[in-house]
Design a protein around this ligand. Structure first.
Ligand code: SF4
Length: 394
């Protein structure tokens, strides 16, 4: 059985669901452990991939990107990460300039470890600094001080990484505008190739929600976050970073290829606990016409036991309807601020241009929230500032 055109390259996402402790705001699939079972877990990742190769017939396809996220993947030693990266690459045809990203927590790295990851085949590190303000880091329950976040970026560069990303969070309780501006300033002075800024979300299943979520004034928080987001746009664009996705900024040539694949609706295989895979509709027979999404069981122990017993740990799958597939393609496209919804690609897939598929585009355009470039549809600056609302209304 062939999932789609064997020549089409894909991406691999591997999820490592372990952390040294659980941050109180975090709703990611991760759990605190004392020691990571890196050998057993890495075996499972590769065994799961072998099973997919056989079942889905995807061996021999090109491989554009590997993204190892978490959790805290940097709790895995460089040899374990190297075995995972090599094992994934040898099962496909990797492009010569394959991008291999490792998410890194400043708490679990030093200069030597970065050298090890570089030697292990990692080409890009995404450092979860979150803030450069000790008070904010303390509120977030992070284990590292601001100085460690700074040294992590410097160590990564000194080790030889030429593609370094930094993640920052805004909208943290007690975080003033001065703190946020200072964090942005430190970030641009460190000059990483990529900076991501995320508004803090409070999911109901987190201690943060119990602490702050119920009592907060939603309208005031949204207004504050909009100001912080606009400040980020000003500082980062002013420092030469391209705003290519709602939350992501990059120096020219350093957009995240792994994430772009996801946003542009490309195929990717998700390996590990709770990981999602997506296969688009090309090829016609299988997966179903409008794509296939499947996901693994979230619990790490259940995942490993399932892989060891039967090679897969699938917890569910779904195929969108045509309407769902169109809407998802449009929403993902709108997130890409530089390209927007690629009208020709959209038409090739769905038979119509976006303007014919979504009748509210004209109204958004009149409000100055969307812009038509030919038939491509893009968020305007004003639209990007209230992107959540637009994506919701879309
Ligand atoms: S380190 Fe990251 S993944 Fe782990 S608990 Fe904290 S926010 Fe969540």
């Amino acid at each position: 059985m062939t999932i789609m055109n064997e020549k089409d390259p894909l991406g691999v996402y591997a999820h490592i669901p372990y952390c040294a402790s659980k941050c109180p705001y975090c709703s990611f699939n991760s759990a605190a452990v004392i020691a990571v079972p890196e050998v057993r877990y890495t075996n499972c990742i590769l065994n799961e991939l072998d099973c997919y190769l056989e079942k889905d017939g995807i061996g021999g396809r090109g491989l554009e990107s590997i993204y190892i996220g978490g959790g805290t993947p940097s709790l895995f030693s460089p040899p374990a990460i190297g075995r995972m990266v090599d094992g994934i690459k040898t099962r496909f045809v990797p492009s010569p300039d394959i991008e291999t990203t490792l998410e890194v927590n400043p708490d679990s790295v030093d200069a030597l470890r970065f050298e090890g990851y570089l030697a292990a085949g990692v080409t890009r590190v995404s450092i979860g600094a979150q803030s450069f303000d000790d008070a904010v880091l303390k509120t977030l329950g992070r284990r590292h001080p601001a100085s460690k976040a700074v040294s992590a970026v410097k160590d990564a560069k000194a080790a030889g990484f030429e593609n370094v990303g930094v993640d920052l969070i805004f909208g943290v309780p007690g975080q003033g505008m001065a703190s946020w501006k200072a964090a942005l300033t430190v970030a641009v002075e460190l000059r990483p190739q990529h900076i991501s800024v995320y508004g803090l979300t409070m999911e109901e299943d987190t201690p943060f929600y119990s602490l702050y979520g119920k009592s907060r004034d939603r309208a005031a928080v949204e207004e504050r976050e909009a100001q912080m987001y606009e400040t980020a746009l000003g500082v980062l664009k002013g420092a030469g970073y391209l705003h290519y996705e709602i939350s992501n900024f990059a120096l020219p040539g350093f957009m995240s290829r792994g994430n772009r694949r996801y946003w542009l609706g490309g195929d990717y295989i998700g390996l590990g606990a709770g990981a999602h895979s997506f296969f688009s509709s090309q090829g016609g027979q299988y997966p179903p016409k409008w794509g296939l999404r499947r996901w693994n069981t979230a619990d790490a122990v259940s995942y490993m036991e399932s892989i060891e017993a039967k090679g897969v740990a699938t917890d569910g799958s779904e195929s969108p309807t045509e309407t769902e597939a169109r809407t998802e393609a449009a929403l993902l496209g709108l997130r890409m601020l530089d390209t927007g919804i690629d009208a020709e690609a959209f038409k090739a897939r769905f038979g119509v241009y976006p303007s014919a598929a979504f009748h509210n585009i004209e109204a958004f355009e009149k409000e100055g929230l969307l812009l038509l470039r030919g038939e491509d549809v893009l968020l305007t600056h004003k639209g990007a500032l209230i992107s959540n609302e637009i994506l919701y209304r879309f």
